[in-house]
Design a protein around this ligand. Structure first.
Ligand SMILES: N[C@@H](CCC(=O)N[C@@H](CS)C(=O)NCC(=O)O)C(=O)O
Length: 245
C-alpha cells in the first residue's frame, strides 16, 4: 500500500504456525505493503533449537530478523518498528504515546486470560475449579470493565481507529487480533466473546476486516479454520477465513 522506504530492510518473522502474537505483525505488513518472510516453525523442536542459540534474546518469539543481523523481539517493539517503516506510527510524540498506551492497555486487559492459559509459564498452577471461577469473573467483570474504557476511546475517535489516527495504527492491529482470538476462547462467556454489549468494538472489528489488504491477505491463505459453532453468524469475523489458531 504505502511504503516509506524505496529499499526496505530484509525482514524475516520467526513465530509458531498460529495467530497469537505473530498475526498483528503479519497483518500490519500486509496492510502497509511491507515485504516480510513469514517463517513458521514446523515443529516445536525447531523453536527449541533456536532458543538454545543466541538469536532469541529473551528466549521468546515473535522475533523479527532485520537484514540478517538484528533480532528484534517483544511484539510491541516490533509493531512500533514496522509502524515507523510503513508510516503507520505517528510522528507526533503525543499521538505516538497514545498509540503506545493502547498497546500496553491490550496487554493489561488480557493479562488474566494469559495467566490462566499459560499458568505454568508464570509459576502458577491453578486447579480446574479456580480456573473456571476465574474465567467467569473475567467474562462478567474484568473484560467488561476494560471494554467500557475502550468504547470511550472509540466514541471519541472521529476516524473509528482506537487512537484516532487516520489509518489503523499498530494498536489497532494488536487489538483486532486479540479480540478475534478471544472470540474463539470457549472458556469465556459467549456474551463477552461476541462483544454483545459493546457496539463500538464490534464496529471496530468490522471496519478492520473490511480493509481491502486485510481481505486480500486472508483470501490468499488456504489454511482456513472453522468458526466455532456457538459464535457462527454472530461475531464480526464469522465469514472471514482464518489462519491456524
Ligand atoms: N511479551 C512478549 C511475549 C512473547 C511470548 O509470550 N511468546 C511465546 C509465544 S506467544 C513464547 O515464545 N513462548 C515460548 C514457549 O512456548 O516456550 C511479546 O509480546 O512478544
Amino acid at each position: 500500500m504505502k511504503r516509506k522506504y524505496e529499499q526496505q530492510p530484509k525482514l524475516k518473522l520467526y513465530y509458531f504456525d498460529i495467530k497469537g502474537k505473530g498475526e498483528p505483525i503479519r497483518l500490519l505488513c500486509a496492510y502497509a505493503g511491507i515485504d516480510i518472510e513469514d517463517h513458521r516453525f514446523v515443529t516445536r523442536d525447531e523453536f527449541l533449537a533456536m532458543r538454545e542459540g543466541t538469536r532469541l534474546p529473551f528466549s521468546q518469539v515473535p522475533m523479527l530478523e532485520v537484514d540478517g543481523k538484528h533480532s528484534l523481539v517483544q511484539s510491541c517493539a516490533i509493531m512500533r518498528y514496522l509502524g515507523k517503516l510503513g508510516g503507520l506510527y505517528p510522528v507526533d510524540p503525543i499521538q505516538a504515546a497514545k498509540v503506545d498506551a493502547l498497546m500496553e492497555q491490550e496487554t493489561d486487559t488480557f493479562i488474566g486470560t494469559t495467566v490462566l492459559t499459560y499458568g505454568r509459564r508464570f509459576g502458577i498452577d491453578l486447579t480446574p475449579d479456580v480456573k473456571e471461577k476465574s474465567y467467569e469473573q473475567i467474562s462478567d467483570e474484568v473484560l467488561p470493565g476494560h471494554f467500557r474504557n475502550i468504547e470511550k476511546c472509540l466514541r471519541a475517535s472521529p476516524t473509528g481507529w482506537l487512537a484516532a489516527t487516520d489509518e489503523p495504527s499498530p494498536a489497532d492491529f494488536m487489538w483486532y487480533v486479540k479480540l478475534s482470538l478471544m472470540a474463539e476462547k470457549k472458556e469465556l462467556s459467549e456474551k463477552i466473546r461476541t462483544l454483545e454489549d459493546f457496539p463500538k468494538l464490534r464496529a471496530f472489528m468490522e471496519k478492520f476486516e473490511s480493509l481491502t489488504p486485510i481481505q486480500e491477505y486472508y483470501a490468499s491463505k488456504d489454511d482456513h479454520l472453522e468458526v466455532p459453532d456457538s459464535a457462527a453468524g454472530k461475531p464480526w469475523n464469522a465469514t472471514l477465513p482464518k489462519t491456524t489458531i
